[in-house]
Write a protein that binds this ligand. Structure first.
Ligand code: FDA
Ligand code: NAD
Length: 422
């Protein structure tokens, strides 16, 4: 049995940023451990669906360990040992007893703690979860961690210039279709909705991306689902050397079921990421936290929040120990994606009426367009494709700006007007 003052359970994005914040705030050697079922130190997960899959000059560890994704120091395994932070890798926790503050691994090792940070992230939803037949075949791949990415790279090498079917029209679907195309695969995307990424894109935004992908030679089959590995509900059968599935994630909360309050499929926290169990914190993908700006509980499965929630929780833990406090988490949602030569950013909330602006012609030499969302007479969210760093900063400001009369809380900025062409 090993005892630590602080244990971070999970070794992904949030773990890396939490460890850096602990080091900043001051931890003594031996006080902090990260327990991860992965075999490598925390890394910037977004690289797996982008640079990791490039046919040339692909990103590889140690190049993208946290915290390089936000322009910070790269925390190599040596960094953890220099700080006396124990990295307990290749160790899956199968049982958590929050009452006795004990974690048990699949190899029956036990770890006790005083403060726990749950940073277990999400697991992928499998086709078998929908009862799809033949979905265990070994050419059916998912992408969550570096082991999955290595399998995909090996499959791409083994099936050079082959046919790929990508199931799902969300983040993974769009980023992986592009990656497979860049690797010279004949790619078909299949998704049930009328347009891609419906949880964020409007029909007008999606029209650009679908057109752009079609121009790159990607075939799109919409409005149907896979009923066997590559047989569609509409009766068509797709031939494939590789099937990639990106049909969503699920917060990884099972070791804590029944022991901690849950909400929105995640673990319920306060504005400092402390759960219903004192001394137990939940951060990043698994946390359902009060989103101050919208006065609502939310869960966010994106890297910017993973980094910031980790820092907030560690600051709150250290402040509490010192009898001090930190301000409540006041987060402005920020999502982004990149594929081929295009990239977009989104800030705020995609609710209310939407207005498309700019030119969303997929054949444009340098596409630049976007959408903004208006609720109660105020712009609450802005999406921009092809923006410069300054323009992206400007849309963040617009999404955060208070309504006339200062009805929106939590913002210092004044009113900002958004220019648009439509
Ligand atoms: P994360 O998944 O990073 O880490 C969880 C860790 O916990 C893993 O190491 C896991 O093995 C470990 N773990 C889980 N259960 C365990 C157990 N029982 N015992 C031990 N260890 C356990 N976002 C974005 O904004 N822009 C982007 O471009 C991308 N791109 C992207 C690509 C891909 C391929 C994925 C899968 C995800 C993204 N994301 C993204 C989302 C982003 O990466 C995600 O929101 C964060 O990684 C969440 O950070 P966490 O630390 O919560 O989970
Ligand atoms: P997602 O929620 O973005 O997309 C899921 C998609 O699955 C839906 O849009 C739908 O098209 C499809 N789908 C659902 N049921 C289906 C069915 N039965 N058959 C066919 N298609 C079906 O999830 P994802 O793309 O799998 O991403 C997984 C996780 O990784 C998410 O947390 C996501 O935020 C994260 N991620 C984020 C980024 C980014 O922010 N750029 C990039 C990659 C992954």
């Amino acid at each position: 049995m090993k005892h630590f003052t602080y244990v971070i359970l999970g070794g992904g994005v949030a773990a890396g940023y939490a460890a850096r914040e602990f080091a900043k705030q001051g931890v003594k050697p031996g006080e902090l451990a990260i327990i991860s079922k992965e075999s490598v130190a925390p890394y910037e997960r977004p690289a797996l669906s982008k640079g990791y899959l490039f046919p040339q000059n692909a990103a590889r560890l140690p190049g993208f360990h946290t915290c390089v994704g936000s322009g910070g120091e790269r925390l190599l395994p040596e960094w953890y040992s220099e700080k006396g932070i124990e990295l307990i890798l290749s160790t899956e926790i199968v049982k958590a007893d929050l009452a006795s503050k004990t974690l048990t691994s699949s190899a029956d090792a036990t770890f006790t703690y005083e403060t726990l940070l749950i940073a277990t992230g999400s697991s992928v939803i499998k086709l078998t979860d929908f009862g799809v037949q033949g979905a265990e075949a070994n050419n059916i791949l998912y992408l969550r961690d570096i082991e999955d990415a290595d399998k995909l790279v090996a499959a791409m090498q083994a099936k050079k210039d082959g046919k790929a079917v990508v199931v799902g029209g969300g983040y993974i679907g769009l980023e992986l279709s592009a990656a497979l195309k860049i690797n010279n695969f004949d790619v078909t995307m299949v998704y049930p909705e009328p347009w891609c990424m419906p949880r964020l894109f409007t029909a007008g935004l999606a029209a650009f991306y679908e057109g752009y992908y079609a121009n790159k030679g990607i075939h799109i089959v919409k409005g149907t689902v896979a009923v066997t590995a590559v047989k569609l509900k509409n009766g068509n059968v797709l031939e494939a050397d590789i099937v990639i599935v990106g049909v969503g994630g699920r917060p990884l909360t099972h070791p804590f079921k029944g022991q901690v309050a849950e909400e929105k499929g995640g673990i319920k926290t306060d504005a400092f990421f402390e759960t219903s169990v004192p001394g137990v914190y939940a951060i990043a993908d698994v946390a359902a936290f009060p989103m101050k700006l919208y006065n609502e509980m939310r869960r966010v499965e994106h890297v910017d929040h993973a980094r910031k929630s980790a820092e907030q929780a560690v600051k709150a833990i250290k402040a509490k120990e010192a009898g001090e406090s930190v301000p409540e988490y006041d987060y402005l949602p920020y999502f982004y994606s990149r594929s081929f030569d295009i990239s977009w950013q989104f800030y705020g909330d995609n609710v209310g009426d939407d207005v498309l602006f700019g030119d969303n012609d997929p054949t444009a030499a340098k596409p630049m367009f976007g959408s903004y969302w208006i609720k109660d007479g105020k712009v609450v969210g802005v999406f921009l494709e092809g923006g410069s760093a300054e323009e992206n900063q400007a849309i963040a400001k617009v999404a955060r700006a208070p309504a006339a009369g200062g009805r929106r809380r939590g913002s210092q900025e004044g009113r900002t007007r958004l220019r648009c062409q439509s």
